[in-house]
Design a protein around this ligand. Sequence first.
Ligand SMILES: Cc1cc2nc3c(=O)[nH]c(=O)nc-3n(C[C@H](O)[C@H](O)[C@H](O)COP(=O)(O)O)c2cc1C
Length: 181
Amino acid sequence: MTDLNFIFSRRSIRRFTAEKVTHSQIKLLLEAAMAAPTAMNTQPWHFVVIEDPGKLAELRKILPFGKMDAPLAISVCGNLGSVKKLVTERFWVQDCSAATENLLLAANALGLGTLWCGVHPINRLESSVRTILNLPEMVIPLNIVYVGHPAEEKPARTKYDQTKISHNLFDIPWQSPEDQD
Ligand SMILES: Cc1cc2nc3c(=O)[nH]c(=O)nc-3n(C[C@H](O)[C@H](O)[C@H](O)COP(=O)(O)O)c2cc1C
């Protein structure tokens, strides 16, 4: 049996201890993020690693649902100034979302907790984050990911819902193998 627990046990963690995330752990997270698939291999991502307590406090202030006290945040951004502008403009959200999910799963595998806080496409949040992180015009913040050692435990789970699956045609429901036996 393949062990997929590193996927099912990833949960949104909203309480963290004060323990720091080491720089080698941060590097691993970024290596995992940059292992994600990306349209035409354009890699339109840019990551801002935020450890400065003042900057973390500024982010907490402006994120309506992101007031968590974590020792680290990573902002996954789309860099529209990177190569192949047409592809990047269309696909950067997907590419950066894939990178973000890789980062969350890698953190979970390292025993770290994470929370993805949405920024793009809320204009007001984008512009606040842009100011706080000094992002150039062509760099759009997709999110702020809080990272730290979890101070809460949540059970592993899936949100599997068979009503959300069709088989070959939209109006034919998928049946799981157990139902067919
Ligand atoms: C695009 C996106 C934006 C999110 N923004 C926030 C946020 O601002 N604050 C927050 O507490 N959680 C946020 N979340 C986390 C979701 O609330 C969480 O994933 C969902 O409730 C399911 O819980 P789970 O991650 O433990 O499976 C966001 C998740 C995504 C994918």
